[in-house]
Structures are given as C-alpha cells and as structure tokens.
Write a new protein. Sequence first.
Length: 309
Amino acid sequence: MSARCSLVVNGKSVRVATGDTPLDAAVEDGMIAYAQATHGAAVPGQGASPGARRVPGRRERTDPIRLALPAGPAILAQAEEPAPAVAMRTGTVTDVRALTTHVIELVVTVNKDLPLGPGAQVALALDGVGLRTLCPTLRVDGSAELNELVFHLARDEDGWSLADSLPLHADVKVRGPVGRAQYRPGGGRLVLVSAGCGFGQIWSIARAARYIEPTRDMCVVVGARDPLDLYMRESLEWLRATGVGRIVLSADRSRQRPPDVRPGPLTAHLPALRATDVVHVAGDSSTVGAVQVLAAAVGARCYPVLVDA
C-alpha cells in the first residue's frame, strides 16, 4: 500500500500521507495557517501569507491535535449569574389603603433603601405572622420613594389581608433580595403575565423595561377573578402611552365586565409563545403552573413567582 495518497481540498489536488487529516493537509499545503488565539493556543485560521514549508508526512499520528480551551468548570462559572447581595433592614408601616374591595396597598418605609432590582422579592419578618416572601412594586401611578417598599396584597375569602396584621407604625424587618425572578435586560420579546395581586411584580418589571429598553417588544396579560379587581388601569394606560401595543385584560366572572375585559382564564388569552421569549408570570399556583408548561413546550425562558393568597 502506498504511504501517500491524493486528496482534493477546495478543488485543488493535494498529496498527503495516509493517517493525516484534511485539516493537516490544508495547513501543510498553505491553504490555511495557524493563528494565535487570545489565550495563547494556536488555532487554524485563514492565512494571509503563504503557509510554512511543508514538513515530511508521517505514516501515523500518535497524538491528535488538541486546542487549548479553559477547563469545564471555568466555562460554567462564567455562565452563572452572580448571587445578589442580601441586606437586612428595619422598617415601619407608613400607609395602608384599599385599592379595591379585595386588594390592599401596603407601604413600608425602611431605614435605608434596599439594593433591589425590578421584580426582586424580599422576606418580611412579622410578629405573629411569621416570614412572608413578597415582591415590592410601585403605586399604580408609578410613584415610590427610594426607601419605600410598596406591596399589593389580596384579601382572602373571609376578607382578611396581611395588612390587617400590620397597623400603621408597626415595626417590620426586611431581608432581600431573595429569589431569581428579577428583570433582566436584553433577549427577546418580554411576555408579562399576572393574576390578581401578581400584577405588583409585573408592574415593577414593565415600568423599568420601558425606561431601560424602550424599543423592546412587550406583551402584558392581566387577569383577575372579578373584573372589579382590575385595579391597575392607570398603570396600563401609562404602558400604552409608552408604546406597549399588546395589553390584554381578562376576568373569570362576567358580572359588570367592561367591554375591554375578556371572559375566562387569562391563560386562554396568552399570545403564541416563541423560543426566544422571556416570560415573567406572577399569581396563584394554577396560573403560574399553566404558564410554565406553555413556556417549557416551546423552550422559552420563564421566571415564575407564586403570590400568597
């Protein structure tokens, strides 16, 4: 058997030794040249100058060519998100007011502002209630001071709300941020889905995104059990004025339902999701679970937040 054979690379006949790869033949014949990579390893690239003089071919290669790459754990470490810095604060309840019959707005003023991103959560330590995880938001008109934490809370079927356990001037302890559902700039279309008081988290993300990424495509789907509990109309009007074209309202009950409120569960009114979408959903477990399934079916990134009933 001959020690050399003919090989055609890019239409050019090349004589190579048996055991050589097409890459070896192209390099030795000067078709491509090795370039110096940033980490010091030689990688094949298009050579602007003639290649080095051909070296005698070898019948066998004992060691294959290997490129120097970072170790696996180093690559994974670069892809991971840095853990947010968690801080502790003490605060006082400074305002409690009803937004609707079933929704309460609670304002806690802390001694020093927390380093929170839009959509991040905090843990509140409450005497007699225990630890609760909530998402600070803005008032429906978009206002909030740096040292204010605004929460949207729901009343349960018996008419009780967490705010009933926190009278004015009550002391609370706050730790945050917690969770991984905060707003992340960049990426594809932003799909924001909220049920009930989950709109608090969605409102903080939507408002920040309109300032940080005014050209990013956004879709907002808001649902409530009762159409009278759609307390966020002022917020949605602001979003429309800033260019958000797809805003959908829905309610399970049809009693006193305005014409712009669609009937049925909000999951029936979601847009067709794409793999490039970034989905944030906040609400009850059934709504969050359904949206997670729909997002997973197309491979979209989904950041869920469960809202305490």
